[in-house]
Design a protein around this ligand. Structure first.
Ligand code: HEC
Length: 158
């Protein structure tokens, strides 16, 4: 009986010790994997890495050219819809995003990251935070597809 009790106590101690080890390992992995992410949406990049982007978005290509008109229209749309959370310059520091977890992504430089294909950005803005359980609203029934492409042209200039 005493031996069984000792074994049980030892077992509980091991169980208690395990999660913290697992977390430490995960933490190190994230640091390595996240080194170049510049504060972008880690949760979304991980999701895209593990699950891919839905096929209906994956192959999408921006049909609009990066003309100054399209970029200016994208900037206006950004100021009206996105700056509240992502901040006036896209640094992820908007007033409306301060209490959010996960926090709004830093959009500065995102357009130059390999992950940020047209399909990835169209998926992100259309579906919002639904797939990754974040507070970002979906825009597919709020904005016209053309306007989302204009937003994407603007986000690529940040
Ligand atoms: C209510 C706050 C909120 C608003 C408004 C909002 N977002 Fe977000 N956004 C988030 C949060 C939180 C994340 C991080 C989690 C995620 O990826 O869903 C995010 C992530 C993103 C990402 C992914 C960044 C990355 O590193 O991959 C992009 C792109 C983006 N938002 C663009 C936009 C655009 C464009 C708009 C406006 C049409 C917008 N967001 C409006 C909260 C917001």
């Amino acid at each position: 009986m005493r031996t069984l009790l000792t074994l049980a106590v030892a077992g509980i101690a091991v169980l208690l010790a395990l999660p913290s080890h697992a977390q430490m390992g995960g933490g190190r992995g994230m640091m390595q994997g996240g080194g170049g992410m510049m504060g972008g949406s880690m949760v979304r990049h991980r999701f895209a890495m593990h699950n891919g982007i839905p096929a209906e978005y994956k192959s999408k290509k921006n049909p609009l050219k990066a003309t100054s008109e399209n970029i200016a229209a994208g900037r206006t749309l950004y100021t009206q819809n996105c700056a509240v959370c992502h901040g006036p310059k896209g640094a992820g520091d908007g007033e409306g995003g301060k209490a959010l977890n996960p926090p709004p992504g830093n959009l500065v430089g995102l357009g130059r990251m390999p992950v940020a294909s047209d399909g990835f950005l169209m998926w992100t803005i259309s579906e919002g935070g639904t797939p990754v359980k974040s507070a970002m609203p979906p825009y597919k029934s709020v904005l016209k597809e053309e306007d989302i492409w204009r937003l994407i042209l603007y986000v690529r200039t940040l």
